[in-house]
Design a protein around this ligand. Sequence first.
Ligand code: SF4
Length: 579
Amino acid sequence: MNVLYINLGNREVYQEERKDLFEKYIGGVGVGISLLMENCPKGVDPLSPENPIILSTGPLTGAFPTCTKAVALFKSPLTNELGESYAGGRLGAAMRFSGNMAIVIKGKSDRPVYLSIQNEKVYFKDARSIWGISSAYTVGKILRDVEPAPGRRSIIRIGPAGENLVRYANVNVDTYRHFGRLGLGAVFGSKNLKAIAISGSKDLPMEDKKGYLKAYKELYDVIVNTDSLNKYHDYGTAINVNPLNQIRGLPTRNLKSSTFEYAEYISGEHLAENYMAKHIACTACPVGCIHIATMQIPFARGFEFETKRIPYDYEPIFALGSLLGIPLAEQVLSLIESVDHLGLDAMSTGTTLSWATEAYENHLISKHDTLGIDLAFGNVEAYKKAVQYIVKMPNDFYKALAKGETAAAQKFGGEEYALSLGGLGMAGYHTGRANLIGHIAGPRHGHLDNAGYSLDQKLLKGKLRETEIVSNLLREDYWRCFANSLVICLFAREVYTPERIEKALNSLGIQKEVEEFLGIGKEIFKIKYKFKTREGFNLDAIRIPKRFFETESSQGKLNEIEIKNMLDTYKTEVIKLLE
Ligand code: SF4
């Protein structure tokens, strides 16, 4: 259970066995948040050399189906508190096979570098020739040619957005996956770190081979031979567009509406039938939910066509589709492609552009600010130009947009419709109370902290009191902290029952029992909240834009006082836990 420490400043590298952390917190987010606490000085500027990047994976990664993820922990330059982001692809497996369960990266290089990690060896490679390349995809193509171990390696890299410190720049993982949301790409950029290529040739520890095969088969059978994950394989997460639209939960035109009249044309079904080229999988996943569309783009009239491969999921479709009022699949795909190549987080780009569009409609910003671009819902060509400017930041307006909708609205106005909660743009759900509370109070303000959107949908068929909704959210928060210490893909969360997890862990020699799991999750949740409050997070200070209360949700219009009461209940529970 080794942790690899890398200092980009003085180029010091060492490996340390951290049994203490892995025995207590298993791996993934549990070990990662502990390492962040140890290595991140209080009050640090997120874009300074002292802000560490922690990458961490789990003991089941590479050994069990759908255990594919790695988690990144850092102080977020977008929210100025906890940054926590997950990615699949090959990274988790490559880390495991390199013998590094976690990696801590500190310092800043004096020139652009990329790291080549081969087992415990680390090479600092000159990245000046790939710094400034206009697409994160191209960087991957170049590194694939020069780095060893094809097929067993992972290549993660930033695009121009990360280099230029856009606060919601992402890190591209193996081309079609990302560390998205809270600005890890900008933290890479601030360290002059362009990319990491990692590969390994180590075996995984196996205590009980028979037990392992039995535990593996049980999980594999449920995943492959039941319909539990079929929808992800057939249509991917884009399957959520139509049902969310039907229940008035699909944020549209900066959440002026929760239904989109063109939803059908950007739905998972429509995309699968008309655009899908293939679906691919993270390493060690038999599901293959990653859907790749194909589009032919003419170079110029009379010339040949270029074939584009564009990954799509529900969240980018919502953020760069309905939220911006873009009606056609081809238009949405082309905007996803532009954003992806620049290395921007699709969701935050969408919430930032949708605020800018409404602010432009309301004359808070002018054509002078936008440099001649007519921002209007549905105007995809305008958005494609705007994202280039966000990355280049040619004036104060685009500098503000590069900091996200919250910062831009503070400068130009329109805070009542800047769709952020705790500094992070909303996810693609206007389903009701649980989603809103979960997003605000969950440790990383993510819809995946506690899946409030899912609880809201269950509540359309039944009722829970306010306090029961909060306790359900908290229980899910704790459980997901545990599941994320294993870094299980959360699409398979129902397959990974506590009993199956116990068998899987035991077969690898990790003696943990079902009864301990929720307690471990609670401990991890506590450390996350300690980090957040240490960095200034305060639930009472979160501003909820009026728009969330004005537009009908799946549960009708939300009541501000009710939401406030539920947040108070959540806060009381957290305080009790931290005592
Ligand atoms: S279900 Fe999808 S995201 Fe999850 S591990 Fe499989 S391919 Fe990756």
